[in-house]
Design a protein around this ligand. Sequence first.
Ligand code: GDP
Ligand code: GDP
Length: 490
Amino acid sequence: KEKNGNKKNKKVVDFTKIEIEHLPTVILVGRPNVGKSALYNRLIRRREALVYNTPDDHVTRDIREGVAKLGDLRFRVLDSAGLETAVSSGSVLGRTTEMTAGILSRTQFAIFLIDVRVGLQPLDLEVGKWMRKNAPGIHTILAMNKSESLDDQGLLTSESAEAYSLGFGDPIGISAETGLGMVDLYEVLRPLLEEYVLQNPSIKTDVADCLDPEDVKTPLQLAIVGRPNVGKSTLLNALLQEERVLVGPESGLTRDAIRAHFKFEDRSVYLVDTAGWLKRSGQEKGPGSLSIMQSRKNLMRAHVVALVLDAEEIANARSSMKHAEVVIARQAVEEGRGLVVIVNKMDLLRKKHKSIMQEVMQVVPNEIQTVIPQISGIPVVFVSALEGDGRLSVMNTVVDTYEKWCVRLTTARLNRWLLKVMSRHSWKDQATQSRIKYFTQVKARPPTFVAFVKGKKQLSDTDMRFLKKSLKEDFELGGIPIRIMQRLVS
Ligand code: GDP
Ligand code: GDP
């Protein structure tokens, strides 16, 4: 599992929801012929690019501006022909200075390109000097372009050491022509642009919380659901131990706000909408009524849904789930929640023949696999809430599911993985040349990934299933819903 030692909640910015004029701006700088235009074209994906006019006309004449797409990142990108003229002519001309100063004042980031094949040139040093003098507040990333022919060794040694001497930090190796290193560029840009957006509250977008799985203070929202009489209240009491229900109805609080809260191993756990069924429990005994279960809306508020089943009922019926339970399990998964199935009242089976207990322990996981075929390994816990042995096994499973659900895998790690996975499978569409260029996680809770597919056709369902299966196995993400989307790239 990823351990980055960051104890704070991680914010994840959705760049696709930011209006164009509020997107962070990145300017491409460098002497002529280093590949600025090539990189610009790659970033805006020319054909689908939205090029628009800026108010001052003399700016648009010399500077191209478009919206860059890099994975799920969006930013405005400027190709600095004006700056280039200024530097290459050896003197900074009045008009150009004025113009570039205007441009630089509304730019937050720069990518400084050099040509790794010819090494550092005097003009590169001049661009560096110019940037330091004129754009001291702009965060500059150094990129060694045309790196496609160099192996990793080459990049790590002489060229990057030389480039490092420019004073803009560690260079990254890219190729505007082949797309090499775009993942590294993404990895460097993402946190910088994200920080910029988060520090500018005027920029409207969706910010999702990705709670660090290592953070013990994360408020886990747990919904305990099930038909009447399966033992939800009894289980709740076992979970709460001496704490009981801590939060009662206070004046001004709606019923939705009534929440029970307890600690499990230093972790806060909130119970979602338990008040609803606590009140009615024991009164509504209608078989399988959904009224007492969580509404879909309430399920959405939960991170993990614990569905409680009655072991004795299963033993008697030789089948584990009633229709209402199947519905709620499916809903939980469709809504992207983590699902944990709890088979309660196991003590009643212990009094019976051993084979009955074994049968129940087989039937339940099999049936869950049948009704929710898209996820294998949904955890099933067998407990007796009455005898109080459920707390540890239930909560360990809930927490484990929650941590998987919150996981964030770095793009670098995913793409190292992708290389291995690509060689493991005979890809159906190899003939049509559809292959995955790169793979990135765009969201956690639940983990959501995008496969960028180069080619004319989307990957087949078989290929996508293989990809999902490998992802689940290799990163231990079994038992939770994960989503993979694909995007065709040219
Ligand atoms: P600019 O003057 O900085 O905008 O540079 P251009 O984008 O016009 O590129 C200059 C030349 O370098 C062109 O011939 C490009 O085809 C070539 N070029 C750009 N990027 C790469 C690259 O990553 N690899 C290689 N081999 N050539 C590149
Ligand atoms: P709820 O309606 O889902 O909240 O279920 P309750 O917690 O009110 O439990 C319904 C009945 O089942 C009560 O009589 C409980 O004592 C009993 N019960 C709950 N858990 C267990 C258990 O693990 N074993 C046994 N034998 N009975 C249980």
